[in-house]
Design a protein around this ligand. Structure first.
Ligand code: ZN
Length: 139
């Protein structure tokens, strides 16, 4: 995938807000948009209800993909939070990554995190950080 991902500021704000609401388990959700710009965020249920792992609830995921098709939106990424660790993909995140062409956003709730939101490409077990380009244009 590309070495950068474009996302609206409001989406990043909502992602952070969702992460801060879920203080006991990792939050997660889906990201979508058009023309390569993430314009929609869909907070989802963490089916694992875990502080160290996540899985978007399968039935919600199914419904979300159906909604994206209906609205002609493109699936561009997913996000989750790390409650107390750095926001880099964990071994579990890497093992379970099933979308080689979409960005994995990770939010860290650590107060000392230099970048509270980072994005990665995870493909065949290899991880590369990708640049987040924030857009304010209402396209
Ligand atoms: Zn993780």
């Amino acid at each position: 995938m590309a070495d950068s991902v474009r996302v609206r500021q409001v989406i990043l704000n909502e992602m952070l807000a969702h992460a801060r609401r879920e203080t006991r388990i990792e939050c997660c959700g889906l990201l979508a948009g058009r023309d390569g710009v993430i314009t929609e965020i869909f907070p989802a249920t963490n089916a694992r209800s875990s502080a160290t792992a996540y899985e978007i609830e399968p039935r919600e995921l199914f419904e979300l993909f159906r909604y994206l098709r209906k609205k002609e939106l493109t699936h561009l990424g997913q996000y989750h939070s790390h409650l107390s660790t750095e926001n880099i993909p964990s071994p579990t995140d890497i093992e379970q990554a099933g979308y080689p062409d979409q960005a994995y956003f990770i939010v860290s709730l650590r107060a000392d995190a230099p970048n509270p939101v980072r994005a990665f490409s995870i493909r065949d077990g290899s991880v590369e950080e990708i640049e987040i380009i924030v857009t304010r244009t209402e396209k």
